[in-house]
Design a protein around this ligand. Structure first.
Ligand code: NAP
Length: 258
């Protein structure tokens, strides 16, 4: 791959559409590229008719040990980046900044027993990466993954998440995973229908998961819609959870998605 000081030039190797506006894609990965599960990359795309590169942050969905990088994206109507990105096909070039970013990582937490990962929409991506980290499965007694989407087809990665059970590598730990699906805009059997914030306030989420949110046990990560992140953050701070800060591990780590 060609290189510059700031970025490497990679290739798209796979594009997987989930719905008309949701897709995942894989790229080649520079051998020197390092990240901690939960972090994001900065990606750049060129358009066919212009030379400028447009850059955006994208959480990495693939595992730290994978040879490729994987990302999960929504097509933003009239968005300069995603309108270019969504036109890319296998073999096309994509720029990847050499540095990885972000603090939505489990090493920011005090020791705990239950890891809660609350995602809306494409905010699921970092949790897919974290779930491929053996250390996470070893360190916690329970992993709670909450995926909130508007409609059923947007429940991307559902098969992969269910596939931990029976997987050759993760199978022995799979009983630790509690997977809660929320579909807010249509009735779907086996899913919750209300917003995650309301489910937190009412206690229905804890009831459904079968675990209490508790300062000693629970470590909580939030990723997705900025309003969801902000509202959930506030209500968890009100319940006495502390935000993790640089050099000061706490209970709560957050990432806005756009
Ligand atoms: P979304 O509006 O984020 O909804 C996803 C899920 O989050 C739904 O279940 C939704 O419930 C819930 N939700 C939304 N706001 C919430 C809040 N304040 N508290 C609790 N739950 C909340 O939908 P999306 O399809 O993932 O994204 C929507 C649009 O955002 C996209 O079409 C795109 O234009 C934009 N977006 C932009 C970027 C970017 O990089 N610029 C990235 C992602 C998305 P409800 O059904 O009740 O709303």
């Amino acid at each position: 791959m060609s290189t510059s000081d700031k970025y490497t030039i990679e290739k798209i190797t796979d594009v997987r559409p989930w719905t008309d506006s949701l897709f995942s894609f894989r790229t080649t990965r520079d051998r020197g590229y390092r990240f901690v599960p939960g972090q994001f990359a900065r990606l750049g795309v060129k358009s066919r008719d212009a030379d400028d590169i447009v850059w955006r942050a994208y959480s990495i969905a693939s595992a730290a040990h994978d040879e490729h990088l994987e990302f999960f994206s929504v097509v933003v109507p009239n968005g300069a980046f995603t309108s270019r990105l969504s036109k890319l096909r296998e073999g096309d070039e994509i720029f990847v900044e050499r540095k990885s970013y972000g603090f939505l990582t489990t090493d920011r937490f005090e020791a705990g027993r239950d890891l809660w990962m609350l995602a809306t929409g494409t905010g699921l991506a970092p949790f897919i990466s974290i779930l491929h980290d053996f250390e996470t499965w070893e360190k916690y007694d329970n992993l709670v993954l909450v995926q909130s989407v508007r409609t059923q087809p947007e429940l991307a990665y559902e098969d992969l998440i269910r596939g931990f059970e029976g997987s050759e590598y993760y199978g022995e730990y799979a009983h630790k995973l509690r997977y809660v699906r929320i579909v807010t805009r249509e009735p779907v059997e086996g899913t919750l229908r209300d917003r995650v914030t309301r489910l937190l306030t009412s206690g229905v989420l804890e009831e459904n998961v079968g675990l209490r949110l508790d300062h000693d046990r629970s470590r909580i990560m939030l990723c997705g819609n900025p309003e969801m992140v902000e509202d959930s953050r506030k209500l968890l701070l009100d319940r006495g959870f502390r935000l993790s800060r640089r050099g000061e591990p706490g209970h709560l780590a957050v990432e806005n998605y756009w």
